[in-house]
Ligand binder design. Structure first.
Ligand SMILES: [Zn+2]
Length: 310
């Protein structure tokens, strides 16, 4: 995906301004580590940096997005940009061995090649140690880029050999520029809290988002006694395929309340506890715990905190 508006946001982004100058033939480094929990931001970032590197027709130091090379990067068909570790499972040794072989073969259609590990959090200690040997001694025509959601999963020995950049969440104004400033859009901007992937996900199904946002507001301001339980259980049961998404939005609502952006009568301490509870319930969903158990834990938890009995 390469939406013109996203590109505009990136071009004005402070992190992009810091990193993009590296992406020139005589300035490119041997290995980079990019840290971001925002998958779409990270992908868009990389795409634009690579386009800047290979573009045949730079305009004001920015890629034209239209030349043969820019299009190849966008379509992931450039022979000198190779992606590894796309899946959700641990990256296999064989894949890293293939990367090691790629690192010593010359580029095919340019002077420089990029080997990119998309989900560095899926590297085990063993595969990182394998990788380490390569990045210690890379030929000058190769750059290795590792993306990771979580820097804690990367060995210190790898970190010390990479130029590390932590991509910050986007400023609110950038997301408003992308989604608009209607009341609904502002809700999405608030709840996504600077995460581009979330903002786009909400925007693509805005009615679903608004429904869940209203549920979050109701949890915040109306849910106050066990007599209300049935209604809330029914809503969550009806949407049990999407509990994690709902918990994330409810968390966003309570977090905004905690920051004073949404009016409510619940005190700060309780709001903070509920934000953590939403987070815990998201984790439980990832662990495939029975939905009924998570729904009970969530609703009873919120109620207890609100009634100050936790
Ligand atoms: Zn171009």
């Amino acid at each position: 995906m390469q939406d013109k508006r996203i590109i505009k946001i990136l071009q004005e982004n402070v992190d992009f301004k810091l990193i993009a100058p590296n992406f020139e033939n005589d300035k490119i480094g041997a290995s980079y580590l990019f840290v971001s929990a925002d998958e779409i931001l990270a992908q868009s970032f990389l795409e634009l940096c690579l386009q800047k590197f290979y573009c045949k027709n730079l305009k004001d130091d920015m890629p034209c997005l239209e030349c043969e090379n820019c299009i190849k990067i966008k379509n992931r068909t450039h022979l000198d940009v190779v992606y590894f570790g796309k899946g959700e499972s641990l990256i296999k040794k064989e894949e890293i061995k293939y990367l090691l072989e790629s690192a010593i073969t010359k580029p095919f259609e340019s002077e420089h090649k990029f080997l990119i590990i998309e989900k560095g959090e899926n590297l085990s200690e063993i595969t990182q140690n394998l990788l380490l040997k390569t990045i210690e001694d890379l030929p000058s025509f190769v750059t290795v880029i590792i993306f990771t959601k979580s820097i804690s999963k990367i060995l210190p020995t790898i970190k010390s050999r990479c130029q590390t950049y932590i991509l910050k969440p986007l400023p609110k104004q950038s997301l408003i520029a992308l989604l608009g400033s209607t009341e609904k859009s502002l809700h999405m901007v608030d709840v996504s809290d600077g995460i581009l992937s979330k903002a786009i996900q909400y925007h693509e199904a805005s009615n679903v988002f608004e429904d869940r946002y209203k549920f979050g507001i109701s949890m915040l301001n109306a849910f106050s006694s066990s007599a209300d339980m049935l209604k809330y259980v029914a809503y969550l049961n009806k949407n049990k395929e999407h509990l994690k998404d709902i918990f994330e939005i409810v968390q966003g609502v309570f977090y905004q309340a905690l920051k004073g952006k949404i009016a409510c009568t619940t005190d700060e301490k309780a709001l903070a506890k509920i934000v953590r509870l939403c987070n815990d319930c998201c984790d439980l969903m990832e662990k495939n715990i029975l939905t009924n158990i998570v729904i009970d834990k969530f609703l009873l938890g919120v109620l207890k905190i609100k009634l100050n009995r936790s």
